[in-house]
Ligand binder design. Sequence first.
Ligand SMILES: [Zn+2]
Length: 147
Amino acid sequence: MSLEAHKCNVKGCKGFIVFENADFDISNPPTVNGMYEFDNPSCTECGKEYKVVPHYVVIGIDGNGDIEQVKSACITQWERREKERKFEDETDPYEKIKKFIQLREYTYDPEMILAGYSKYENGYYVSSSMRDCIENLENEIQSLKSL
Ligand SMILES: [Zn+2]
């Protein structure tokens, strides 16, 4: 399996166009509406539709039917963005702290963050990664502490 990712070209959209390229038969591309088209993936966030054409070029069609190019991205960028979205969509404070730790690839667990926060509140030194968690998770930490 081989996944490819490209950046969506919609202004302000952080989504990706992701598709699997393993099954494409380069020597016999399928035709859709008179154009070669292997696949028609949509943006993972805004839903804009794209077409995958031979040689894995991904194009967008603008409002006038003209072809627009999009930038290719690495799959790790897309995976990172998916982690970011899971974090943004999470409403449970404990889970949100866990997802933030995963996103930043820290080795903490939520209990360690709570302990770190108490130290920080009392004016003790905390590492820069702990401070990063505390600053980004203040609301979640507060709601866990008030349970
Ligand atoms: Zn998009």
